[in-house]
Write a protein that binds this ligand. Structure first.
Ligand SMILES: Nc1nc2c(ncn2[C@@H]2O[C@H](COP(=O)(O)OP(=O)(O)OP(=O)(O)O)[C@@H](O)[C@H]2O)c(=O)[nH]1
Ligand SMILES: [Mg+2]
Length: 700
């Protein structure tokens, strides 16, 4: 395998809305580059980059995968990211390792929710972009209409660099506006594209489109502007150079039509990847932090520089174990070497280095600055770690993964499988940093949180297939809490006279509500020794124990204060146990007079939907006791902000999908606790009684 240096590599991330044809397009790119000998198809499960059994079964991408090929002596590394909202974390990881984003838009649907998300990520990472209007061969495909939708969403920076020759089933080639020629797909099976004269019917439209392109390119550059005014146009070389600079600066985003499945426009796309996207060398120095001084430091993308590499993904392979995918930013990573994990300050042994063509590895001796590679069996390295040279350390910023929005309680179908599940989930969350596994401290349920129902279901499938454990998913129990609204005194007296030693403890407390979030405060206000000092902690302990068991429905009681102000004791019969019991009796006595109530968790929710659904989503939220907090336009979408009780959001993912035809997404995080409306309190109390009754039966 040839080693490529930083001047002859392009790293592109392919992103866009779910199902817009990214993986099929990658299949065609690989075919045109000669990396595979037939075009893989998503529908029959034969693509290079959708290789996971779940991907093949569901016919969608679930994780970012790598592929590469050689085009005109350069290596093109492709990161094929999933498009579905449930896997946006993967798209972020893909773009983190890329030098440019190919943003794919469907020629029928135009810009969609995840197109805008992907665009936003690419901007955030400062990546040059090319927009591909894909699936041009479909019925009702329209380049002009799709372009309008792209301009509406992304503004005037987008400009076509090619026009389609024919549309729908007649889509047969593209007009290259830079070189002013036609590139048509081959009629034979070779797949080799042919160049030709621009068809007469497209001459005028092409001339007009080229003029627009020339104007936009000249706009950003004074000397080009002068040349443009002088000659009325720009020659091909000048135009190409100006365009490349504009793309690198993010000032211009070229648009071109393509069909991955029919392999039309793909060789032109590969040319444009080479011509317009900066190589790692051209992207220049990369910025990170010196781990000891925390100061900004830089690395040149040169093979001779000290090593630095960033881990953008880890994959669990059934045979090879954990595989680490990395991008080398500087220096050269060599097979069979020892390197440093700078993030964790540990040493790692590197075995055989590999290049990944989907799931198929090719062993290489080294991976140079600018290139992307893989290595199996690193011990401690995780996603977002920086690997490098201990003597000249640098750390690159971690990938900011989105917070999971949907939580399920998970339990084994077979009793006793709990440990197996925990171990398996830990492994799976190493591979998928968006996944969160936790145990609710209050309800003790094992919780699995993901971006949405689909994400969690995929994880459940992996538990079954890879780890042979079957689980049930349930709606998680709501961690309700209890509190009091008033102030009152309470008295607790524990007295028993059975045979020899008696038991005696007596205490009086004042209880009052505290502001939300203050939890619990205990004040010792005993004067004159009515309870001896050594028994006072026992009273507090008794109250602490009682409050965790709650009063109304068994939920922990919070946000109140207890002052212990009086009591009685007996020289012989008093004990810690007696005062603990007295404390809990006083607690119950006081709570009953203090207007106890139930609190529920309220979530902060951001829902992003196309404008036309905003009204319906708002209406639906009010049915969920939601309180709108405002609306913000984001591109052609609206982001609705609201506070909604957690109990109303348990199956929101599925409901939002059906409400918006899969065009909405949402994020959710804990906001605060608020009082549960009284008509719902009765239900919660009844449910908890029923459940505790069942538990007692089970115990008996
Ligand atoms: N007509 C037509 N169909 C296509 C084309 N490209 C892909 N498809 C079909 O569109 C569907 C989705 O294609 P994929 O390549 O999986 O799309 P994707 O963008 O990778 O999907 P995700 O990764 O799951 O977001 C499949 O049924 C493909 O056969 C195309 O150029 N023309
Ligand atoms: Mg895909």
């Amino acid at each position: 395998m040839k080693v490529y240096d930083a001047t002859s590599i392009r790293n592109v991330g392919i992103v866009g809305h779910g199902g817009c044809g990214k993986t099929s397009l990658v299949a065609a790119m690989l075919f045109d580059m000669g990396a595979v000998n037939r075009i893989g198809s998503v529908d029959d499960g034969s693509t290079v980059t959708d290789f996971d059994p779940d991907e093949i079964e569901r016919k969608i991408s679930l994780q970012t995968s790598l592929a590469y090929g050689e085009w005109k002596k350069n290596k093109i590394n492709i990161l094929d990211a999933p498009g579905y909202a449930n896997f946006t974390g993967e798209a972020r990881a893909a773009l983190r390792a890329a030098d440019a984003a190919l943003v794919v838009v469907d020629a029928v649907s135009g810009v969609e929710v995840q197109t805008e998300k992907a665009w936003g990520y690419a901007r955030e990472y400062g990546l040059p972009r090319i927009v591909l209007v894909n699936r041009m061969d479909r019925d009702r495909a329209s380049f002009a209409r799709t372009l309008e939708s792209i301009e509406r969403a992304f503004g005037r920076s987008v400009v076509p660099i090619a026009l389609p020759i024919g549309e729908e089933k007649d889509f047969s080639g593209v007009v290259d506006l830079i070189a002013e020629k036609a590139i048509t797909s081959a009629a034979d099976a070779s797949g080799k594209a042919q160049t030709a004269e621009i068809p007469a019917a497209l001459k005028d439209a092409s001339a007009a489109a080229r003029e627009k392109l020339v104007e936009i390119v000249a706009e950003g550059n004074e000397s080009l502007m002068e040349e443009f005014f002088e000659k009325g146009t720009l020659p091909q070389e000048t135009l190409a150079k100006g365009l490349k600079d504009g793309v690198a600066a993010g000032r211009i985003v070229p648009v071109l039509p393509v069909s991955g499945m029919r392999n039309v426009g793909v060789s032109f796309l590969l040319d444009m990847v080479l011509d317009l996207i900066p190589s790692p060398a051209e992207r220049g120095e990369v910025v990170g932090l010196d781990p000891s001084t925390k100061k900004e430091t830089r690395r040149a993308p040169k093979a001779e520089a000290p090593l630095s590499a960033f881990v953008f993904k880890t994959v669990v392979d059934p045979h090879a174990g954990l595989i680490t995918l990395f991008r080398v930013y500087s220096g050269t990573l060599k097979s069979d070497s020892t390197i440093h994990n700078i993030t964790r300050d540990t040493t790692e042994r590197v075995g055989a280095l590999q290049l990944m063509q989907g799931k198929a590895p090719t062993t290489v001796q080294e991976v140079q600055a600018g290139d992307i590679g893989a290595v199996a069996k690193l011990k401690e390295t995780k996603t977002s770690d920086t690997l490098g040279d201990k003597q000249s350390p640098i750390v690159y910023p971690a990938i900011a993964f989105p917070a999971p929005a949907t939580t399920f309680a998970i339990e084994p179908k077979t009793r006793g499988d709990d440990d197996k599940i925990s171990t398996a989930l830990r492994r799976l969350s190493e591979e998928d940093p968006v996944l969160k596994v936790s145990v609710d401290p209050q309800t003790h349920e094992l919780l699995l949180s993901g971006m949405g129902q689909l994400h969690v279901e995929v994880v459940v499938g992996r538990l079954r297939k890879r780890f042979k454990v079957e689980v049930n998913l349930k709606k998680p129990k709501i961690p309700y809490r209890e509190t009091v609204k008033g102030a009152a005194e309470g008295h607790g007296r524990h007295k028993k006279q059975t045979g020899g030693h008696g038991q005696f403890g007596d205490c009086k407390i004042r209880m009052k509500a505290l502001p939300r979030g203050e939890d619990f405060k205990f004040v010792d206000d005993i004067f004159g020794g009515s309870i001896p000092k050594n028994f006072i902690p026992a009273v507090e302990k008794g109250i602490q124990d009682a409050r965790t068991r709650g009063f109304l429905a068994g939920y922990p009681m919070v946000d109140f204060q207890v002052e212990l102000f009086d009591g009685q004791y007996h020289d012989v019969d008093s004990s810690e146990m007696s005062f603990k019991i007295a404390g809990s009796l006083a607690f119950k006595d006081a709570v009953a007079k203090c207007r106890p109530t139930i609190l529920e968790p309220i979530m902060k929710v951001d829902i992003t939907v196309p404008e036309e659904y905003a009204g319906a989503v708002m209406g639906d939220l009010s049915g969920r006791r939601g309180q709108p907090q405002g609306m913000e336009p984001t591109g052609t979408m609206q982001t609705i902000k609201a506070q909604v009780p957690l109990s109303e959001m348990l199956s929101y993912d599925a409901e939002l999908t059906s409400m918006t035809g899969g065009r909405g997404s949402y994020a959710m995080e804990m906001s605060h606790y608020a009082e549960l409306p009284s008509h719902l309190q009765e239900k919660v109390i009844a449910a908890s009684k029923a459940e505790r009754g069942e538990e007692k039966e089970e115990e008996a």
